[in-house]
Design a protein around this ligand. Structure first.
Ligand SMILES: *[C@@H]1O[C@H](CO)[C@@H](O)[C@H](O)[C@H]1NC(C)=O
Ligand SMILES: *[C@@H]1O[C@H](CO)[C@@H](O)[C@H](O)[C@H]1NC(C)=O
Length: 497
């Protein structure tokens, strides 16, 4: 009971006060902005130097940039944190800065410290996002004016409220040259969801905007992360509402055990996952997570969205392909609960033919490829099968199987069916094979999202479509499929220089 109260209290503090508060005249004065006006910054900027304290930059004292080692011929990344409960810089900031610096080497990494304003009630902190955005815009303008630093070489990465701050920084700099890229890591939801594009992060704020949404789980009409698309590419890992390994089911137990700290950890786990997915994309270059455009997550888990034509798929994180489009694209993917987060996505398509009895099959499938085997994958077809029906579903694996060669299918039968069947069998001795319960399987194909290869499977003998309960049935890559693949490989070789 008291636990529920605490939860309600915490969630309410997120959306206390009038939502209109953050709306304002910002975009208008940005447009009137002319020359560089003197500006007193309420944020502190530090150039990240590995193994040392951040070197404090003062936009009004440009010699501090030189003495800190800012190199204007290199690109600039500015990391901006979000709302702060304890007034301390969270540890992910250092991790992200280190990953950027180690991976990209010739880059200036700057950290925005707005803890003074962030360590307030949420609505107050949210209200300060424009102010901090203006501070960043001034820093960038100083660099532009005094170092001829091109804005398109700046990449702003903001977490939670920091995502909207980065957006405001971009909208204050809406002259002829724009910021190159803004990445929103689970942009904050309360007081920003449903607002006009000028009052939150939006695709208009930079040449290219991407966002990763990881905690849009709604409680009492609000979610910590923003649900709506706010970028050119919006990624929704695992549907975006919650993340594997964060375990909301146990939230009450966790609070009972660890008190408010437990609540905070649970909230942070999914919210902060956006940051760790981004770090993962830097650290594990050979394991880049691919995401696919889809109307929503329920369509995605049916496996119908693994298409990469016309920029429908893209890489999550730092190495995204920066393709601008007029509309926001929503991309979905599944991930592992831990780093490296990458999973391989496979779409299964199974056709049932001329099925005369109503059955609810639960199947076990296993796949063998040229590199690996999948192991047993239990599948429950969610509907009764009758007549001719094709089912598709999504399977994810943490390994790359290589070219698919062989598929093993095992029909468990439904529990009820099995009982009936066993009982019936002891009463009536079944003479002919034909009277046993049979599953008639037509075409089976598997498409790998990551390689875009579709493989069709055929039974070993042509006329044999039937699968009996508890029987293991083996399918191989169809002959015409093998030939097609050979042709493709051949063409590739011929075309190669
Ligand atoms: C700035 O970085 C470039 C590499 O991008 C390097 O060649 C140059 O020496 C650096 N300048 C200084 C002053 O360190
Ligand atoms: C299933 O399709 C086959 C042709 O492929 C057809 O002969 C058969 O009548 C269909 N069965 C049902 C129940 O629709």
């Amino acid at each position: 009971m008291s636990v529920v109260k605490i939860l309600c209290y915490l969630l309410l503090t997120y959306h206390l006060n009038e939502a209109k508060e953050t709306k304002g005249s910002g975009a208008a004065d940005a447009k009137q902005r002319g020359v560089l006006k003197p500006h007193v910054s309420s944020s502190v900027f530090g150039l990240f130097v590995e193994g040392e304290e951040n070197c404090a930059l003062d936009p009004l004292q440009l010699h501090t940039l030189t003495s800190c080692g800012f190199n204007s011929s290199n690109p600039l990344i500015i990391i901006t944190h979000g709302w702060s409960v304890d007034g301390l810089m969270e540890s992910w900031v250092h991790r992200l800065a280190t990953a950027l610096k180690t991976h990209l080497i010739d880059v200036n990494v700057v950290i925005t410290d707005w803890l003074l304003l962030a360590h307030q009630h949420y609505p107050t902190a949210a209200h300060s996002t424009r102010t901090v955005g203006k501070d960043i815009a001034h820093l960038l303008q100083s660099l532009q004016v005094h170092y001829q630093f091109p804005l398109r070489r700046a990449h702003l990465i903001g977490y939670s409220l920091g995502a909207h701050i980065s957006g405001f920084a971009g909208s204050y700099l809406d002259g002829s040259e724009r910021i190159g890229r803004i990445t929103g890591l689970d942009p904050a939801g309360p007081l920003f969801e449903g607002m006009s594009p000028t009052d939150r992060l939006s695709p208009d704020d930079a040449e290219f905007v991407d966002a990763i949404h990881t905690f849009t789980h709604e409680r009492m009409g609000l979610s910590v992360g923003i649900k709506q698309a706010v970028a050119h590419y919006d990624f929704y890992p695992n549907g975006g509402d919650f993340q594997p390994g964060c375990d909301l089911q146990n939230i009450y137990e966790h609070i009972a055990q660890y008190g408010l700290l437990g609540f905070e950890q649970t909230v942070k786990c999914a919210h902060e996952r956006s940051v760790h997915l981004f770090i993962d994309s830097l650290l594990n270059e050979d394991k880049q997570s691919m995401a696919y455009r889809c109307s929503d997550n329920s369509a995605f888990v049916k496996g119908v969205c693994l298409d990469c034509r016309k920029n429908r798929c893209n890489t999550l994180g730092y190495n995204i392909r920066k393709v601008r489009s007029s509309t926001s694209k929503r991309l979905y993917l599944k991930t592992r609960p831990r780093m490296p987060y990458k999973l391989h996505h496979y779409q299964f398509r199974i056709q049932f033919v001329n099925q005369m009895e109503n059955i609810e099959p639960s199947l076990t499938i296993s796949l063998t490829g040229t590199k690996e085997e999948s192991g047993d994958l239990p599948i429950t077809v969610p509907e009764t099968i009758w007549g001719n029906k094709t089912f598709t579903f999504l399977i994810t694996l943490d390994k790359d199987l290589g070219d698919l060669m062989l598929l093993r299918l095992h029909w468990e039968g439904s529990a009820m069916w099995k009982n009936v069947w066993n009982r019936v069998q002891t009463i009536i001795p079944w003479g002919s094979r034909r009277t046993k319960p049979l599953l008639s399987v037509g075409k089976i194909s598997v498409k790998a999202g990551e390689t875009q290869e579709r493989t069709s499977f055929c039974a070993m003998t042509d006329e044999d479509q039937q699968v009996e309960v508890s029987q293991d049935k083996v399918y191989v890559r169809c002959k015409e499929d093998t030939q097609k693949q050979r042709r493709r490989k051949h063409n590739r070789l011929v075309r190669a220089p």
